[in-house]
Design a protein. Structure first.
Ligand code: ZN
Length: 235
């Protein structure tokens, strides 16, 4: 028996119609052939016949069930630190060694004293980023009230809180990075809100499994609120 997607299904990112070929029955995922958006079939439009494979916990992630909901954590560490740590050591020792020599000698013109400011800024920025890669985690908490995304312990931008009732759909947006070393693809997790606007939930470069895992876990958490409470009237 074939499971067919509803023909009315549109990509939440680019609004082009999802075609039958975009559905990967084995993975249970949909990939928009126009913009590359990856998603699980939306809950409301998912035919009962569609299989719903559970995505296994990806590497570098943890899932914790709390009294209020779920907490997903993702460590930031990646292969970049292999290059960044030596860079920081060389750069910082050069820049701060230069600063030290300058402050210990008297006859340095003020122009030369200002010269390394850009280098100091780069050293601080790259060192902070490297430390963040080493110790930071992205924390995604989903409860029946809200979905909250934060990064730490080193402070980082990208804090989000979205009221659960406003979330219509989650999906994973493809981000293509082109560099001289080639093309790499990462994913972000996005939400479509009840007013039709789209909003980025998790920005950091996720692989497809991590992005789909976050989508699936939040969706099943949010599905809880659709269940009738005991004694509640349900149409
Ligand atoms: Zn699309």
């Amino acid at each position: 028996m074939d499971a067919h997607l509803p023909t009315s299904l549109k990509c939440p990112n680019c609004a082009s119609p999802i075609r039958e070929d975009d559905y990967d029955a084995e993975q249970g995922t949909i990939r928009c052939s126009y913009c590359g958006t990856l998603m699980l079939p939306p809950r409301a439009q998912r035919p009962a016949a569609l299989p719903r494979p559970q995505i296994a916990l990806p590497a570098k992630m943890t899932l914790e069930k709390t009294a209020r909901g779920i907490v997903i954590k993702r460590r930031w560490i990646n292969v970049m630190v292999v290059f960044l740590i030596p860079f920081c050591i060389v750069w910082d020792s050069f820049v701060f060694g230069f600063l030290f020599r300058m402050t210990t000698s008297e006859d340095v013109p003020w122009m030369v004293r200002l010269f390394p400011l850009g280098h100091v800024a780069v050293g601080i920025g790259v060192t902070y980023y490297t430390l963040a890669l080493l110790i930071n985690q992205t924390r995604v908490e989903a409860t029946q009230n809200a979905v909250t995304v934060s990064h730490g312990p080193l402070p980082w931008f990208g804090w989000r809180e979205i009221v659960a009732g406003r979330i219509d759909q989650l999906y994973c947006k493809e981000v293509i990075h082109r560099s001289k070393n080639g093309v790499s693809t990462t994913y972000e997790v996005w939400v479509q809100l009840d007013d039709g606007t789209n909003s980025r939930l998790v920005a950091s470069g996720l692989n497809p499994d991590q992005a789909l895992f976050i989508e699936q876990q939040i969706e099943s958490m949010l599905a809880v609120k659709d269940r009738p409470m005991s004694g509640e009237y349900r149409r």
